[in-house]
Structure formats: C-alpha cells, structure tokens
Write a protein that binds this ligand. Structure first.
Ligand SMILES: Nc1ncnc2c1ncn2[C@@H]1O[C@H](COP(=O)(O)OP(=O)(O)OP(=O)(O)O)[C@@H](O)[C@H]1O
Ligand SMILES: [Mg+2]
Length: 487
C-alpha cells in the first residue's frame, strides 16, 4: 500500500482527492497547512506528498525546501492554479517531482500520481543480491546463483562503488531494470533521487524536452518553461531505459551531458551544469544500430565503458528452480494465499522450455498457474500446452466444460484467465458507471487481434473465431481503422 499525503488549505480539494483515490492500494492522509505537513511527515513517512503552492502560512515552496532538509528523497508534487507556473518552475528546481495545474484533469492526475508512486518505490525498496529466501524482504531481490549471475552481482558491486556510466543489455524481461536499481541502492548516491525515463515510451519530439526541459515558446505547445529530468535529478541517478530509441539530436545532447555535465533546455541558450549519474539499458543490439548509423558510435563507446549483460533465462537454467521458488513465495505473500509447490514434472517442463520472455515470463506463468491450480501443488496440467508440452507430458486434458464457449486443451486455463480479467474489469466498472464493459472488451480484443497479426484481417478473424465479414463490421462499428491506421 502507498501512503499519500495531500497538503492543501481548501476543503473541497481534500474532498475530491478522497473520491479520486478511494482505493485499497492508497492510504490518503491530509494536512491543511505547510506547518502541519512538516509535523506529519516524519511520523507518517509518506511515499508521496501532493501540495498546493499557495497556502496561508508557509507556502508550498517554503514547505518543499523544509521537507528536503528532512528527507531529500521524498517525492513532492506541487499544485498550482493557472498563471503561477513560474512558481512551479522554481519548485521543480528545488527538486519537486512534478507539478499539476488546477483544475485537475483526473486521468492525468492519476497517471502522474501512479508514476510518482512507482518512482518512490524504485527509490525506497532496496534491491539486494543476498539469498532472499532467507530474508523477510522478498520485494526486490535479484535471485540467481548461476555463474553468469554471480558475474552480474560482482559487476553491480563494482559499479556501485563508482560514479561510472553503465550500460545494461539483455533481452526483454531479463532483469535490466532490477539491476539498475541495485546499482543505485548500493551506490553512495542512494540518498539522492533515482528517476527512470523510458525512451521508447515517449514520442520522439517530446523525449528531448522530457530529458532536458524546454523554454517557453520553443515549439508549438510549449506554453510554459519546463524542467527536464536531468535538472530534476541533479545529484542523483538517472535510468535511461530503451536507450536505442533516440533521435540523433537527443543522442548528441546525451553525449554532451555525459562528457561535460552541461546541456541547454530545448529552445534555450544558457548552458546548465548538472551532476547526474546515468545508467542506460537496452534490449536491442546497439552494435548493429551503430553499424546501421542509427546510433552514434561515440555515444555507444561512452555508454559502453562498463557493461553488464544479462543472459537470457534459457542460458542459465540452473536458476529456474530458485526463481520459481522465489516467485511462488512472493506471489503467495502478495496475494495473501498459501504458498504452493511445483511438481517435478512442472520443473522439468520449465527447464526444457525456451523462455522467450525470460524471467518476467516465468513470473507470469507461475502467477497464472497459481490461479488455475486446485490443490497445493502446481501440476503440468495447470500450465499452458506450450510450456507443459516442453516437458513432454502433454497439456491439460481439458475438454468442454459445458459452462461456456471454451473447449479443448487449456479450456480451464482460459476460463481462469477470463475470470481474473473479469474481476479487474468489474472493479473499474463499479468505479466508473460510464464504462460499458462488454463493448469495451470487444473493441479492445479486435484491436489486440489486429496488432497481433500486423493488421492481417484474415488471421485476426481466425484468432477471434469470427468471419472476416464480421471482423470488418466490428472495425467499422468501433471506428478502429482510424486508430490503427488501416483502410
Ligand atoms: N534475477 C531476478 N530475480 C528476481 N526477479 C527478477 C529477476 N530478473 C527479473 N526479475 C523480475 O522480472 C521482471 C522483469 O524484470 P525487469 O523489468 O528488470 O526486466 P527488463 O530487462 O528491464 O525487461 P524489459 O527489457 O522488457 O524492460 C520484474 O518483475 C523483475 O522483478
Ligand atoms: Mg525494462
């Protein structure tokens, strides 16, 4: 559960927050002045503070400064009405995480809060390479005893002792982000912020301004000055995820900031100086991008000074048993249920399977099997045909259940997947009466089928179990062609 402290002297803001963040995952506390916030913070130890800038008594900026003295890592989001953005800029310079304009756009508010809570978790949950099953902290362990993982642990330790730039490579789901956080937690910057930017998730035009900020009017839509992550993260550690996805202009700026610590905001000409440690990650072979002239060679060498490569799970199969044990315990604890075991057949299947999604896939497979399995042991019949088949024992006998449209092998598993999904969807539907679950699901499934088949309508229709004509009608009815850019 995350603890959120809201500081505002207006009662109706407090009230609307209570409505917006009415969730079992969030514990909302309130303070009606900066002074009160300062009194509350040491006791409450919130994960995130959301605070108005204009308050009677101490204003938001003064309070932020004072909070920084007590806890330099506590994330603070400032709120401001239109017209006082300059204050918000000052706040960002003082190390606020973000700022919000009143009145709120609720989805945006939720998104920023979720992002910040994630960043808070990144900073607070220590990552350790100790054998975790012996400790209480299952949260952030890097599990693995295989030779390649021992090498990784050593490198993490060495890197943590320095300020060097690091490049972490490896396929998707191998634990790159986990390793980045481990370096941070073990470094002497662990008292300062750790911020993560996913370079692939941010549209190209916005990435540069996300990283370096921009001056007002520097491009259409830049209605006010913005402070970028490098500035915000001064003194701390910046994790640049999916670094392969950057425009040449951004690459040039990154190179410069790595070499000299200086950069300019987009549209600005005053050089700014920062002290930021960069840890970069990529699941793409950067060497190839360099050869294809998509990635600057000099930047590659600058990043590649120290490199940690995470081998795919299929190349460290001796870790599978340990990881499976770890996830069984962790997921049981998170879900509040009893710990289940896996049968020898399941372990055999796990060791034979090729794990294209690596550790993340293993975690998901176990999560799903825990839901599907009936007794206290997970059996090969609780796995999908693809994975169980790897063990040579065949999948669940399955058969028609008679309760719905799912037949054949895996029918029980499919039904369980749907039940899990339904639980989530109904949760949202209860919160938002405007959400029409069935049409929304139908629309989303059509989109997913088209994505999964690169817009091949014949294949998508087959996946969905409808005729191509039916699929076309749905595409039209839901206006999907516009969204996916198809005829
Ligand atoms: N060695 C490990 N021990 C325990 N958990 C792990 C390990 N490696 C990965 N995980 C877990 O697997 C999931 C994926 O890891 P992570 O996000 O670090 O992967 P990634 O390499 O950054 O993947 P992507 O390239 O897709 O972003 C996370 O939930 C992480 O906690
Ligand atoms: Mg990642």
């Amino acid at each position: 559960m995350s603890k959120l402290l809201l500081v505002d002297d207006e009662a109706d803001v407090l009230y609307s927050f209570q409505r917006i963040f009415d969730s079992p995952e969030i514990q909302l506390s309130t303070a009606s002045s900066g002074e009160e916030a300062l009194a509350v913070v040491p006791r409450l130890k919130p994960d995130l503070v959301i605070m108005d800038i204009r308050m009677g008594g101490m204003n938001g900026l003064e309070t932020l400064r004072a909070i920084r003295q007590v806890d330099p890592k506590l994330l603070v989001i400032l709120m401001t009405a239109y017209g006082t953005t300059q204050m918000a800029i000052e706040a960002m310079k003082l190390g606020a995480y973000d700022y919000l304009l009143k009145p709120f756009d609720v989805p945006k508010l939720k998104e920023i809060v979720n992002q910040a809570l994630r960043a808070a978790r990144d900073m607070r949950q220590t990552v350790s390479d100790k054998p975790l099953l012996e400790t209480e902290d299952y949260e952030q362990g890097i599990v693995g005893r295989s030779e390649p993982m021992q090498q990784v642990f050593k490198m993490v330790g060495q890197l943590a002792a320095t300020d060097a730039t690091a490049l972490i490579t490896g396929e998707s789901g191998t634990g790159k982000e986990l390793v980045a956080r481990a370096i941070y937690h073990n470094s002497n910057r662990n008292g300062k912020p750790f911020l993560a930017v996913n370079c692939a998730a941010i549209p190209e035009q916005l990435l540069e301004s996300e990283l370096f900020g921009h001056e007002r009017g520097s491009f259409t839509g830049a209605t006010s000055q913005r402070i970028g992550k490098f500035e915000q993260c001064n003194g701390g550690t910046l994790f640049l995820d999916e670094i392969g996805d950057m425009t040449p202009a951004t690459q040039t700026k990154i190179l410069r900031v790595l070499q000299s610590g200086t950069f300019e905001r987009v549209g600005g000409n005053a050089p700014l100086q920062v002290d930021v440690r960069v840890i970069a990650a990529t699941n793409k072979p950067l060497e190839q991008a360099v050869a294809a002239r998509q990635f600057r060679e000099d930047l590659f060498y600058r990043l590649n000074v120290v490199r940690i490569h995470l081998p795919p799970l299929r190349e460290r199969k001796s870790d599978i048993r340990l990881l499976a044990d770890y996830f069984l315990k962790k997921l049981a604890r998170d879900g509040g249920g009893a710990t289940k075991a896996i049968s020898a057949g399941v372990l055999r299947a796990f060791e034979k399977y090729h794990w294209p999604g690596n550790v993340r896939e293993l975690e998901n497979v176990i999560r799903r099997a825990m839901v599907v399995s009936k007794g206290d042991t997970i059996l090969p019949s609780d796995l999908t045909a693809e994975i169980a088949g790897a063990g040579g024992e065949g999948a669940a006998a399955g058969g028609a259940t008679g309760t719905g449209g799912f037949t054949g092998p895996g029918s029980e598993a499919a039904a369980a997947d749907i039940a899990t999904l339904a639980g989530h969807l109904f949760h949202w539907a209860r919160k938002d009466p405007k959400l029409k679950v069935l049409p929304a699901v139908e629309r989303a499934l059509v989109i997913e089928a088209l994505r999964a088949t690169a817009n091949n309508q014949v294949q998508a229709a087959k996946l969905l179990g409808v005729t191509r004509a039916t699929l076309r009608k749905r595409i039209e009815k839901f206006g999907i062609h516009r969204e996916l850019n198809i005829a």
